[in-house]
Ligand binder design. Structure first.
Ligand code: EPZ
Length: 433
């Protein structure tokens, strides 16, 4: 069923919202869980479609899966017999490729459909393959499938050409049961990479240095069961921070790790927001019109690329001319064409957006091009005058748990309705006026 969000903008978002578990930690951890031959319980999973797809995929290849509630699952990988992961869903989510590292690391043999994911750039996997081959695997790509096999996996010294979240996690998975020592340099330092390393260590792995430029792994014989709770999602938290700023609201964002939000907090404070940090929450207040700034997306701890569409949208409503440079992905400004329909004045030159802030957006009908851009368009609709529609919300539901519910609890006038359901739209509009 195709659904869309219908939004009546113009009201400040005010109140409290609790952040769910980190999607991009959950996906690596779910894949890693099948490396033990004992039950592994994972708590604080976000209730989002990417997680559901990956869990159902490992169940399809034979893992025992038991959901104790919508945020807690117990997985036992000992019953996996099929090392080939090929199904329609798995092509849609990029994180399918973590099964490569997990099954290569555990069984020395795996075949996975070539990964899909948000259309924000070419999304190569050469660094994943470089790491697997450095450990002794033979990797081949044919007929849309990636095959990796190894007689033996032996630790090695691997220097990544680019800082890649996926390659860092995937090669870590392949190395934890390899013979001897692996040193990985120029690795990604994102909190979700650290969370996957901590999870693997709770299963008996020996990983040191996650979160720094160098990860050192001493291979172990086997991994055992564990109970683990996932860290809060820093991108979901940052999205609500910007929603508060864009609607001139006042939101207390609970269940966060403020340190993970530093790049976003600093930028919002710089343009005029009042940011108050507490132990596990952050309050964002924006009363006056915000000012312009420059933003360049970088690997952690730089400004996150997954927050680029959201900050670009906010700066399109701020005073003056701002510049946003997207240095991680080569095609992550597609949503700017949608924002233009609301009156935004943004010029794209290569990987840079030159933004002339406008006083207000007017409601429009838009389509989400990908997960984070979709969330940014919803923020634009909530800040706009009048009514907006955002279609293709399946992208948004890949990574935001009950997005419309959480926004409504903050006073946002947003509803999920079947796309093109005129009656439902009329009812919403009558109620919203
Ligand atoms: C992860 O994608 C996230 N996805 C992305 O979040 C996030 O934008 C990205 O990391 C960067 O933080 C998941 O964790 C499931 P990368 P990933 O490998 O691993 C280049 C979201 O919104 N590269 O760190 O695919 C690549 O082209 C999603 O939740 C290579 O050149 O990102 C890019 O320019 C969107 N060769 C840069 O590295 C490789 O083998 C960073 O990509 C791998 C990557």
């Amino acid at each position: 069923m195709n659904n869309e969000y219908i939004i009546k903008g113009g009201r400040p978002l005010v109140g409290e919202v609790s952040i769910s578990g980190a999607k991009n930690a959950a996906l690596g951890i779910i894949a890693a869980s099948i490396m033990a031959d004992e039950p592994v319980t994972i708590e604080n999973l976000p209730c989002v479609s990417d997680v559901e797809v990956l869990v159902s995929t490992i169940e399809e290849i034979g893992a025992k899966v038991n959901w104790t509630d919508s945020h807690t699952v117990t997985i036992n990988g000992s019953t996996i017999k099929n090392f080939c992961v090929e199904n329609d869903y798995i092509r849609k989510i990029r994180a399918s490729y973590y099964i490569l590292g997990a099954l290569l690391g555990k069984n020395h043999s795996v075949e996975v459909a070539f990964p899909g994911g948000c259309n924000i750039g070419s999304r190569p996997i050469d660094q994943h393959i470089k790491g697997f081959e450095a450990l002794g695997a033979k990797v081949s790509i044919a007929h849309g499938m990636i095959q990796a096999n190894a007689e033996d996996l032996v630790g090695n010294h691997i220097y990544f050409d680019v800082s890649s979240v996926g390659a860092t996690i995937n090669v870590m998975l392949a190395a934890v049961l390899a013979k001897g020592k692996t040193i990985m340099e120029n690795v990604a330092k994102e909190p979700h990479v650290v969370d996957v390393a901590n999870f693997l260590n709770s299963m008996g792995a020996n990983i040191k240095g996650a979160g720094t430029d160098v990860i050192r792994i001493n291979g172990v014989e086997r991994l055992h069961g564990t109970d683990y709770s996932i860290i809060p999602d820093m991108i979901e938290a940052g999205t609500y921070m910007i929603a508060a700023a864009a609607t001139k609201g006042d939101i207390l964002i609970k269940n966060v790790i403020p340190k993970h939000l530093e790049a976003v907090s600093a930028k919002l404070a710089e343009i005029g927001c009042d940011i108050q940090e507490f132990d596990d929450s952050v309050r964002v207040i924006a009363k006056a019109r915000l000012s312009h700034t420059h933003v360049k997306t970088l690997p952690y701890p730089g400004f996150p690329t997954d927050m680029q569409p959201q900050i670009t949208t906010l700066l399109a409503l701020s005073e003056g001319t701002s510049v946003v440079t997207e240095s991680v992905f080569e095609n992550r400004f597609k949503f700017v064409d949608e924002l233009a329909r609301m009156g935004a004045t943004i010029k794209i030159e290569g990987n840079t957006a030159i933004i002339d802030g406008v006083n207000k957006f007017s409601g429009a009908s838009m389509l989400a091009p990908d997960l984070r851009a979709g969330a940014a368009l919803v923020i634009a609709g909530l800040a706009a005058e009048g009514v907006s529609e955002v279609g293709s919300i399946e992208f948004i539901e890949r990574g935001y748990e009950t997005f419309d519910e959480k926004l409504r609890s903050l006073g946002g006038e947003i509803k999920k309705i079947p796309a093109d359901d005129e009656d439902e739209m009329r009812r919403f509009l009558l109620k919203a006026v």
